[in-house]
Design a protein around this ligand. Structure first.
Ligand SMILES: Cc1cc2nc3c(=O)[nH]c(=O)nc-3n(C[C@H](O)[C@H](O)[C@H](O)COP(=O)(O)O)c2cc1C
Length: 296
C-alpha cells in the first residue's frame, strides 16, 4: 500500500493506451501492476472522431480518438466483469459534460462491483468542450464536488498541460474533494500534409503524447506537487526506469505508462522490476523517501 493511495505499487497504465485490459492479457502478468485505468467512458456511447485518428510524429504520437466508447452501462455490464478478474486495482476513467451527469455517473459507479477508484478526465483535447473544466478552476471545483457528493470512492482528477494555471486548477480540484491529481493528458498539436494542404488527422488538431511531452509533463507534475497536499500521479512520455524516477523526484507519488504500451508493452513491468535497484542507488528504502525531493 502506498501512502495516501489505494495501490500496492506505484506503476499504473494510462487510459486509452491499454484498452479494457483484455487486449493486453497474455503479454505480461497484468496483476503485478499497481492498477490499470481503462479507456475513458461517458454517460452515453460516443462514435469518436473521423479517421485518420492517429499520426506518428518524430518523437511522439498525435491522436484524435474523440473518446470513442460504448457508454457507462456497457462498461459496467460488458467490460467490468473481465476487469474484476485481473487481480489489480481498477481505476475507472470517466468524462462528463455537466454536474448533472456527475450525479448519474457517480451513482452508477459507486454501486458497480469491482471499481477501486475513479479518474475524472477533464482534459481530453479531442472533444468539443473536453477541456473546459481543466482550464477553469471554478468549473473544475464544481464538477469535482458534484462527483464527490455521490461518490465514496477515491477520485483522481486528470488535468491538461494545455493551460498555464495547472497549479491553480489542481488546487480547485483539491478543494472540491479530489483524492489526487493525475498529470497530464496530451498536449494539443497539429500535423500537416503540406502537399494536400490538409491536417494529417481527420479531426484537424490532436493530442501529442510520448517522449516529446516528457519535459512538459515533468514541469506540470512539479507545479501541481507544489500547489496541493494530495498525491500527484505523473503521466507523459514514461517508458524506462529513468523516466519513472524523474517523475518521482519531481513530485509524483505514482506514475502511469501510456504511449509506451504501444511500442514496448512490457515497459510497465520492466519499470516495476527495476524500481528497487534505482531506489537502492539513492539509498532509499521506499519511494516515499524520494517523492518531490527535487533540489530546485
Ligand atoms: C491513443 C490514445 C488514446 C487516449 N485516450 C485517452 C482516454 O480515453 N482518456 C484519457 O484520460 N487519456 C487518454 N489518453 C491520454 C493518455 O492516457 C496519457 O495521459 C497521455 O498519452 C500522456 O502519456 P504518454 O505520453 O505516456 O502517452 C490517450 C492517449 C493516446 C495516445
Amino acid at each position: 500500500m502506498l501512502k495516501n493511495l489505494p495501490f500496492n505499487n506505484p506503476i499504473l497504465t494510462a487510459s486509452g493506451t491499454f484498452g479494457y485490459a483484455r487486449e493486453m492479457s497474455g503479454v505480461f502478468e497484468i496483476s503485478r501492476l499497481g492498477g490499470i485505468i481503462p479507456k475513458t467512458v461517458t454517460l452515453f456511447p460516443r462514435a469518436g472522431n473521423p479517421p485518420p485518428r492517429t499520426f506518428e510524429t518524430a518523437s511522439g504520437l498525435l491522436n484524435s480518438i474523440g473518446l470513442d466508447n460504448d457508454g457507462i452501462d456497457d462498461f459496467i455490464d460488458a467490460k467490468l466483469p473481465y476487469l474484476r478478474t485481473i487481480g489489480t486495482k481498477i481505476i475507472a476513467s470517466v468524462a462528463v459534460k455537466s454536474s448533472d451527469e456527475c450525479l448519474i455517473m457517480g451513482e452508477k459507479l459507486q454501486t458497480a462491483e469491482g471499481i477501486d477508484a475513479i479518474e475524472l478526465n477533464v482534459s481530453c483535447p479531442n472533444v468539443s468542450g473536453g477541456v473546459d473544466f481543466a482550464g477553469d478552476p471554478k468549473l473544475c471545483e464544481r464538477v469535482v464536488s458534484s462527483f464527490c457528493r455521490v461518490l465514496a470512492l477515491p477520485l483522481f482528477v486528470k488535468l491538461s498541460p494545455n493551460f498555464f494555471n495547472i497549479g491553480e486548477v489542481a488546487k480547485a480540484a483539491e478543494s472540491g474533494g479530489a483524492s489526487g491529481i493525475s498529470a497530464v493528458n496530451t498536449c494539443l498539436g497539429l500535423a500537416v500534409d503540406w502537399r494536400r494542404r490538409r491536417p494529417r488527422l481527420g479531426n484537424g488538431l490532436g493530442g501529442l503524447s510520448g517522449p516529446a511531452i516528457k519535459p512538459i509533463a515533468l514541469r506540470c507534475v512539479h507545479q501541481v506537487f507544489k500547489a496541493v497536499k494530495i498525491p500527484v500521479i505523473g503521466i507523459g512520455g514514461i517508458e524506462t526506469i529513468d523516466d519513472a524516477m524523474e517523475f518521482f523526484i519531481a513530485g509524483a507519488s505514482a506514475i502511469q505508462i501510456g504511449t509506451a504500451n504501444f511500442f514496448n508493452p512490457k515497459a510497465a513491468t520492466k519499470i516495476l522490476d527495476e524500481l528497487p535497484i534505482a531506489l537502492a542507488e539513492l539509498k532509499a528504502k521506499s519511494i516515499t523517501e524520494i517523492i518531490g525531493t527535487l533540489d530546485i
